[in-house]
Design a protein around this ligand. Structure first.
Ligand SMILES: O=C[C@H](O)[C@H](O)[C@H](O)COP(=O)(O)O
Length: 232
């Protein structure tokens, strides 16, 4: 096992104890965690999981993991999820896999969120990865302009474009919304941008995860680095 994503997933798996209620993230790194968790479940570990996407739901079922919902189980012990970018304050960009809305709801319902990633995800300043922003369909061009204005107010500029599905249609998220990707390049004030985006009518949620991740396991050439969110 020398894939860094799998190594990070294995490190997070050590936090899992019998009886835990788990949030199961989405993406290629989170998929390693789900597969490894499945091996432990088949060996007798008793846990229950809430998946953050239809894709993770399918994978977890294939792996034999018992699943529940936030309606039945509204408080979780631990969520393990990937990220597109992580800065030193453990602020994240997420949503490259279009799952940011359910991911943020699940992480917010968890006592602890642990991020798993390879070293390429660590950044000094968020924003090189295009920021995903989930929006309702109604008034989508007006919402796009409001997002551009919100970015400009905190020093972020760049193209804001609808994510496509690869066959010429706008991508539709698991919750039936559309996604913008904002190419800001650099987000000097993530907290300020998050507040302004939250205030745009039509924005359902954005991929800035601030104050949610408690720690991260980042796998690189030198092994696993454990990052902890600094106290405020
Ligand atoms: O919407 C998807 C998620 O936020 C993923 O956790 C994120 O995009 C990282 O995915 P990956 O582990 O495939 O790089």
């Amino acid at each position: 096992m020398n894939d860094p994503k799998r190594l990070a997933a294995a490190a997070a798996l050590e936090l899992v104890v019998p009886g835990m209620k788990l949030g199961l993230g989405t993406g290629s790194t989170a998929a390693h965690f789900v597969e490894l968790l499945g091996e432990r479940v088949r060996a007798g570990l008793n846990v229950i999981g809430v998946p953050t996407s239809e894709a993770t739901h399918r994978l977890a079922q294939e792996c034999g993991i018992s699943l529940t919902t936030l309606e039945e189980t509204p408080e979780l012990d631990l969520t393990v999820d990937g990220a597109d970018e992580i800065d030193s304050a453990l602020r994240l960009i997420k949503g490259g896999g279009a799952a940011l809305l359910r991911e943020k709801i699940v992480a917010s319902a968890s006592r602890r969120m642990v991020v798993i990633a390879d070293g390429s995800k660590k950044v000094q300043t968020l924003g090189a990865f295009r920021l995903p922003i989930e929006v309702v369909r109604f008034g989508v061009e007006a919402t796009r302009r409001a997002i551009i204005a919100a970015g400009a107010a905190v020093g972020c500029s760049g193209d804001v474009s609808l994510r496509m599905d690869g066959v010429g249609h706008a991508l539709v998220t698991d919750e039936g919304h559309l996604l913008f990707d904002a190419s800001f390049g650099r987000i000097p004030d993530p907290e300020g941008l998050a507040l302004l985006l939250n205030a745009v009518p039509g924005v359902v949620e954005h991929g800035l995860f601030i104050g949610l991740a408690d720690e991260a396991f980042v796998a690189g050439e030198g092994g696993i680095e454990r990052l902890v969110r600094p106290a405020n």
